[in-house]
Design a protein around this ligand. Structure first.
Ligand code: MOS
Length: 714
């Protein structure tokens, strides 16, 4: 099995593309396959894809938060019709590498959190597997556990925070500046546990074969990055990367929870290793997702802002407390935006964690920026109030000349333009300065604003292949995944423009580790990273093979690093405006208007981009008002483990939500001029809503979700 490309990629410096399709609407190239049901998701593959006569796996989970498995009684399960086998820590295949405490399942009796995989049932049907799982009796010995994040137990200092940022920063003299400040805001803000709930639950189909005397594992996995799955699991299974093939032709969303492989992928791989060639399908249930596939940690942000009377910040302090798991460390970078957003000569940030006997936290749309900017942007609203300043004006007064974090110039910092454009569009000028000033019948009415920011990221390690076909057509190949964002469509547009042909002349191949290497659909970096590789391959192809290439010729290239790029700080910006109406008797909150204005470089496809930005705004609204996972600290599990008790914003909650973007092109960042759009829509949105609720009612809520009980006086 060939691993990635047919030859090693050559490095190619890219130059900006001539845009023709990029910037214009193009229907989703996979839209027809999706709406007609022909798009195959991870456990829908059949004979045509080599998935013949599959078995079905069902996970059995621990019911204590910490302890030992002392016995697994499988007799009743094995007697159930259709059940073929039960794997537990005594009989599962051994892993070659057990360092990852989340992934190294079924290797020993230890239980690190409630909901951990302690057995896997294999059966002829999903129904039999599920019934078999219910019949497995796992005896567990419980030990004392700690599953509650509190201010007094979040004291562990991690080496780094996600992905590899400094844990703490300290510039100037924050304490002295605060002592000398005219105005000080000192408050604590909290965000809730949240669980990613993509439409398609996590799922994997696994098949082991022998090819040329070597074991080969093939997976269809619902993942944000096929190559990342290989990197995570091949060493654990004692395999070379070439021995694992991962495909993900269609994925029903991820929001970060499919950015890293979780334990069910290992469960499917281990199970399939025992079946003498029969494939194994494993679908995680919605309820199991609340224990096994990552979540956003709750956060506690201690903020101190110091300012002169005219609202100019002299000091910013942001001390974060949040949690990680004893099974594996994950430290969210909650203070990261605080390090670069506003000018202030004195600044201190830190992250401390409670190490708990809980499932492993992970990525959820804008990890870091989302909870951190809730805290920062509510604190700014409080500062505006304390200074008697309009909150838009306060932000304009704190624009830095250079990136406060790196000292570099921003390449394209247009936060003021976003604020001004948004204010104009929203009708901000008519806003009463005082809170609790507007009543409409039984409803208090108010408006709020917050800034948004997200780093522009382009990952190394991407390559693409361009191959000439007959009749002026081209196959363009890269192992990237379209998780529903529209990547397949925008990469087709980028490839077409880079080659100077129509999008209809491009056959795009993605989502297979046999294709050139691609990084994860995460960090809003997909289009930038993969698109730049596609442009590199297309431009090199034209250099090598000209405008009229012989059918069959091909070029594999990756983008050379641009030394100029080191000169700038690259970030996207936005401004979110919200209107809130709060019922004076019941506290019910409605958000009739939510508008965002963004500076994200050039938008490659306005239709798919609008979905990303509006989707981010809706997810931010959902965080502001609804999403909250309740972990019962006595037993360590998430109680709200379904979509009835964990409410995600639905149609009735979403009224006038709209996004627009500034016309621009950032060719210093990518040859397409684009910068990334997946996450910025959620950033700042919850703060804008909370600030609007304050403006409506005069009640300052410093935690999300903001709920009715917090707004009705006893
Ligand atoms: Mo996104 S949370 O970086 O997949």
């Amino acid at each position: 099995m060939s691993h990635s490309a047919d030859s090693a990629p050559v490095e190619q410096r890219t130059r900006p593309i001539q845009v023709r399709s990029v910037g214009r609407h193009l229907d989703r190239v996979d839209g027809h396959a999706k709406v007609t049901g022909r798009a195959t998701y991870a456990v829908e593959h059949r004979d045509g894809d080599g998935i013949v006569d599959p078995l079905h796996a069902w996970l059995v989970q621990s019911t204590v938060a910490k302890g030992q498995v002392v016995g697994v009684d499988t007799a009743t399960a094995l007697a159930h019709p259709g059940v073929l086998a039960v794997l537990d820590h005594t009989n599962a295949p051994r892993l070659a590498d057990r360092q990852n405490g989340e992934l190294a399942i079924l290797q020993g009796p230890e239980i690190h959190f409630r909901g951990q995989v302690v057995a896997v049932v294999l059966a002829e049907t999903p129904e039999a597997a599920r019934e078999g799982a219910a019949l497995v009796h796992v005896s567990q010995e419980a030990e004392d556990h700690e599953a509650e994040l509190r201010e007094d137990n979040a004291t562990y200092r991690p080496e780094k925070v996600n992905p590899a940022m400094e844990t703490d920063t300290d510039e100037g003299d924050v304490d002295a500046a605060l002592a000398a400040a005219d105005v000080v805001v000192e408050q604590t803000y909290r965000t809730a546990y949240e669980h990613n709930n993509p439409l398609e639950p996590h799922a994997t189909t696994a098949r082991w074969d022998e090819e040329d005397g070597r074991e080969v594992l093939s997976l269809f996995d619902s993942t944000q990055g096929v190559h990342g799955v290989v990197q995570a699991i091949a060493p654990m299974l004692g395999l070379e990367a070439e021995q694992v093939r991962v495909r993900a032709p269609y994925v029903g969303g991820g929001f970060g929870s499919k950015g890293e492989a979780h334990a069910h992928v290992v469960a499917a791989a281990l199970a399939a290793r025992t079946t003498r060639g029969r494939p194994v399908k494993l679908a995680v249930t919605r309820q199991q997702m609340f224990a096994l596939t990552g979540y956003r940690t709750a956060t506690i942000s201690h903020f101190r802002l110091g300012a002169s009377a005219d609202g100019r910040l002299t000091a910013i302090e942001h001390r974060v407390q949040e949690q990680t798991s004893a099974a594996r460390e994950f430290a969210e970078q909650t203070a990261s935006p605080t390090r670069m957003l506003y000018a202030a000569p004195n600044r201190r940030t830190s992250h401390r964690l409670a190490v708990l006997d809980v499932a492993v936290p992970s990525w959820m749309r804008a990890p870091g920026e989302m909870p951190g900017m809730f805290a920062h942007e509510v604190a700014m609203d409080e500062l505006a109030e304390a200074c008697g300043l309009d909150p838009v004006e306060l932000r304009l007064r704190n624009e830095p000349d250079l990136d406060p974090e790196t000292g570099r110039p921003f390449n394209d910092r247009r936060l003021p333009d976003c604020l001004r454009r948004g204010a104009e569009r929203f009708g901000w000028a008519d806003r009463p300065a005082e809170a609790r000033a507007t009543q409409d019948g039984d409803w208090w009415v108010g408006t709020g604003v917050a800034a948004a920011t997200y780093p522009a990221m382009k990952q190394p390690g991407n390559a693409a292949r361009v191959r000439a076909l007959d009749g002026g057509r081209y196959t363009v190949s890269i192992g990237s995944v379209d998780i529903g964002t529209g990547a397949r469509t925008v990469l087709t547009q980028v490839a077409a423009d880079a080659l100077g042909v129509e999008p209809a002349s491009i056959d795009l191949e993605i989502a297979d580790t046999r294709l050139p290497s691609a990084t994860v659909a995460g960090g809003s970096s997909g289009t930038s990273s993969w698109g730049t590789a596609v442009v590199a391959a297309a431009q090199r192809f034209r250099t090598d093979h000209g405008d009229d290439p012989a059918p069959g010729v091909a070029t594999v290239a990756s983008a050379a690093e641009d030394p100029e790029a080191e000169k700038y700080a690259f970030h996207s910006f936005g401004a979110v405006f919200a209107e809130a109406r709060v019922h004076r008797w019941t506290g019910e909150i409605r958000v009739p208007r939510l508008h965002g204005v963004y500076s994200v470089g050039r938008v490659v496809n306005p239709t798919t981009a609008r979905s990303q930005l509006v989707g981010g705004l809706v997810m931010g609204l959902s965080a502001a008002l609804f999403e909250e996972s309740w972990r019962d600290p006595r037993f360590g599990h998430v109680v709200t483990q379904d979509l009835a008790t964990y409410h995600v914003a639905s149609h009735a909650d979403v009224l006038d939500v709209d996004a627009e973007w500034l016309e621009e092109s950032d060719e210093a960042f990518t040859p397409m001029g684009s910068r990334g759009i997946g996450e910025i829509g959620i950033v700042g949105t919850a703060a804008a809503v909370a600030n609007a609720v304050h403006h409506a009612t005069g009640v300052r809520v410093r935690s999300i979700p903001v709920t009715a009980d917090q707004l009705v006086s006893p």
